[in-house]
Write a protein that binds this ligand. Structure first.
Ligand SMILES: CC1=C(O)/C(=C\N=C(/Cc2ccc(O)c(F)c2)C(=O)O)C(COP(=O)(O)O)=CN1
Length: 456
């Protein structure tokens, strides 16, 4: 696929600069071989995350000037509430400062020690809050999701037999089913409307609610439109509503699809659960009409939601990522297939097949790519998976990759080509990487953010 012609022109620029390899070696050593600890000034192309890193439009920037900073009942909240209701279809909209604020509150409302929560693959912050409140997470995603090279069009799908089995074994102890659209840790893979609906029907048949992580549900809607029979002629906005319709609520990080730099929400149908959640917002986020956001942030999100479902925007957004995936494919760099909605994921166990999993190939590849081209990605493998709370042992997930997450409306084709050229060089010289990494400092929670490493 060709690189898309961007459906925007640049009105403001933020200078970035390349660095020398010597500079990067010094910076990485100071960062304990953890790209998460690098200063952004030392990064040329920052693909650490698509979360909060998108460029806002002139309409969003001008909306900031309309921010109502009233403590209670701000105009900006009602605009935000209406945008969420209209696009996601839930009645009760509860603001939080970002996604994990919602994960904290939903988990505290519904999980008790001994709970069991099924979901389509784990996400570190989501599972951390489930485990912190005493739940055991059960992965009920289809087997194909764990196979990097497989081409299944909806790797985010739930294996209904697996879900049924968890319900049969733990039914009464399941407070809710926790699904995501798309599935980040599978490589930004979508779930189909049919499968999501079937999973909800199965859960509801046992009186179990389903909550959806909608951080990238617009990207998911795009894949439904392209791949799921019967949806090709429906608008992205309609498909987004259809994804949310069978679920009981959603947790949202507004830092992804919504083109905002901060913010989020919990969206619910049940008024009593909504009241309980608002009570915890008062404790952890702020008032229930701002939830840790400034009025201007809610203005930017309301406008960003409208822009996010524009078909010219989402088509170009996805096409840029497919372009990068295609460049790596044609160069023989092993990546997760199909290419996901927000990232290209390089299969570190394939590139560094000569390193044992105990030497952290994903983290090693992240360091090598930064050194080679000033490109920052993030490890999504053993380091991210953390330790099993029951045994204290490292969990070695089947997928171990370097995620290259692409911010929205930020990088142009020449930047993407720089990334591709960097990966091609690292892959060509992969046997020069003779050692992996080992922890020198390992924090207890979400360790990949703050961990420090040294070459083995
Ligand atoms: C599907 C989903 C996310 O992708 C997500 C965040 N994502 C990040 C940041 C990040 C990165 C790595 C991690 O191991 C992680 F724990 C979080 C990312 O880059 O992908 C959140 C949480 O939303 P917050 O970031 O607004 O609180 C909830 N759900």
């Amino acid at each position: 696929p060709d690189h898309p012609a961007e459906p925007w022109r640049i009105k403001m620029v933020e200078p970035i600069r390349t660095t020398t390899r010597e500079h990067r070696e010094e910076a990485l050593r100071a960062a304990g071989w953890n790209p998460c600890l690098l200063r952004s000034d030392d990064v040329y192309i920052d693909l650490f995350t698509d979360s909060g890193t998108s460029a806002m439009s002139d309409r969003q920037w001008s909306a900031l000037m309309r921010g109502d900073e009233a403590y209670a009942g701000a105009r900006s909240f009602y605009l935000f509430e209406e945008a969420v209701r209209g696009h996601y279809g839930y009645e009760h909209v509860i603001p939080v400062h970002q996604g994990r604020g919602g994960e904290n509150i939903l988990s505290r409302c519904l999980i008790r020690p001994g709970s069991h929560v099924p979901g389509n693959m784990y996400f570190p912050s989501t599972r951390a809050h489930q485990e912190l409140n005493g739940a055991t997470f059960h992965d009920v995603i289809i087997d194909e999701a764990h196979d990097a090279a497989g081409e299944h069009p909806f790797k985010g799908n739930v294996d209904l037999a697996k879900l049924q089995a968890v319900i049969a074994e733990h039914g009464a102890a399941i407070p809710y089913v926790s699904l995501a659209a798309t599935v980040n840790m599978a490589g930004g893979q979508p779930i189909s409307v049919a499968n999501l609906t079937a999973a909800c029907d199965l859960a509801h048949a046992h009186g179990i609610p389903v909550f959806l992580d909608t951080a990238r549900a617009v990207e998911n809607a795009w894949f439904v439109k392209q791949r799921e029979p019967g949806w090709a002629h429906r608008s992205i906005a309609d498909i987004l509503l259809a994804l949310c319709a069978p679920t009981d609520g959603a947790v949202m990080s507004a830092k992804k699809d919504c083109l905002a730099n901060i913010g989020g929400w919990i969206a619910l149908r049940d008024p009593d659960l909504a009241e309980q959640a608002r009570g915890l917002v008062l404790l952890f986020e702020g008032l229930h009409t701002y939830g840790g956001m400034a009025g201007r942030d809610m203005e930017a999100i309301a406008q960003g939601i409208t822009e996010s479902v524009d078909e010219h925007h989402i088509r170009a957004r996805i096409a840029q990522i497919e372009y990068l995936g295609h460049r790596l494919d044609t160069a023989g760099v092993p990546i997760v297939h199909p290419v996901g909605g927000h990232c290209v994921c390089v299969d570190a166990t394939a590139v560094l097949a000569h390193l044992p999993r105990t030497e952290l190939p994903g983290q090693t590849l992240a360091a090598a790519v930064y050194l080679e081209g000033g490109v920052r990605g993030v490890e999504r493998g053993t380091v991210s998976a953390g330790r099993d709370p029951a045994t204290g042992e490292n969990r070695y997930p089947p997928l171990e990759f370097l995620r290259l997450a692409i911010p929205r409306r930020v990088y142009t084709q020449s930047h993407i080509d720089h990334v591709a050229d960097t990966l091609v060089r690292v892959h060509k010289n992969r046997h020069d990487i003779t050692h992996g990494l080992t922890f020198t400092h390992e924090p207890p929670h979400l360790r990949f953010f703050q961990a420090r490493f040294a070459p083995t």
